[in-house]
Design a protein around this ligand. Structure first.
Ligand SMILES: C[S@@+](CC[C@H](N)C(=O)[O-])C[C@H]1O[C@@H](n2cnc3c(N)ncnc32)[C@H](O)[C@@H]1O
Length: 252
């Protein structure tokens, strides 16, 4: 998968849709986020796969909702691929797919490398901070995945989403599964301890910035917290003109 700077043929280039006021983030704040994530996952990589399945719902479902035939020759990149759970699912599901995983944690990537050994001829893994390090930008990918990574990438999550979208193929898609919100402050606090921001901020942003092909909102353990799946493509300016620009948060 070639790496480069932004894709000059992308629809955003020729008529960028009116976007949310993107929050400016300082390089120092982004560096601090990466430092925290590295320190946290240095420890948690040891037991991540054993302990996260009761929390991180919807990952398999996201892979199964991607709208491609099984034999599709797609390029898929995951930002915050962790131990490679999603990449393995997609590699198994799409035997002709080429995959690239990005993560700031060398320890998480080491686990991913082991897990993805059977697919080594079509999976590449890259250590780095997607939004900061030059040279780790992908271009012309069909799918950019974020599986429980965006809720951690604070404060620069908006920049990371929009910069990655600029590197999609014209018909490319962003696919996200992540926490949405919780009515319980104690639950939010608990997750904040793992650097997760659970403030209902991601899903409405994606709804505004992308045309949804599939989206769903689900509850975990009654109403402890909710999570969402979102698959969508970048809006062209034409889409924007035909849109009712009100907030389109419509969980199913
Ligand atoms: C909760 S884990 C999710 C891993 C995997 N996607 C999954 O579904 O199991 C979040 C991952 O995001 C990575 N991460 C955090 N900040 C990042 C950043 N700025 N750029 C890339 N990866 C980041 C962490 O190192 C961690 O491996």
């Amino acid at each position: 998968m070639p790496f480069s700077t932004m894709n000059p043929t992308h629809p955003y280039k020729s008529g960028k849709p009116p976007s949310d006021q993107l929050t400016e983030t300082s390089p120092a704040a982004r560096k601090a986020q990466v430092k925290k994530a590295r320190a946290y996952y240095r420890v948690h990589s040891k037991f991540y796969d054993l302990t996260r399945w009761p929390f991180l719902f919807g990952r398999r479902r996201l892979a199964s909702e991607l709208p491609y035939p099984r034999n599709a020759r797609i390029d898929v990149a995951e930002v915050g691929c962790g131990t490679g759970i999603m990449l393995r699912q997609i590699a198994g599901r799409y035997p002709n797919a080429r995959l690239a995983g990005y993560d700031v944690s060398g320890e998480m990537l080491a686990k991913a490398r082991r897990k993805l050994r059977p697919f080594h001829d079509r999976v590449t893994l890259h250590e780095g901070n997607f939004s900061e390090d030059s040279g780790d930008r992908f271009v012309d990918v069909d799918v950019i995945l974020f599986s429980y990574s965006l809720s951690l990438i604070n404060p620069q999550w908006q920049t990371v989403v929009m910069e990655s979208a600029e590197n999609l193929k014209k018909e490319g898609m962003i696919a996200v599964v992540d926490f949405h919100d919780s009515p319980h402050i104690s639950v939010k606090r608990y997750f904040a301890g793992g650097h997760v921001k659970m403030d209902g901020h991601l899903y409405p942003f994606l709804q505004r910035q992308f045309t949804a092909h599939h989206h769903e909102h689900r509850w975990a353990y009654g109403n402890l917290w909710s999570y969402f799946l979102f698959i969508g493509s970048p809006k062209s300016s034409a889409d924007y003109l035909s849109l009712n620009c009100s907030d389109r948060l419509t969980p199913s």
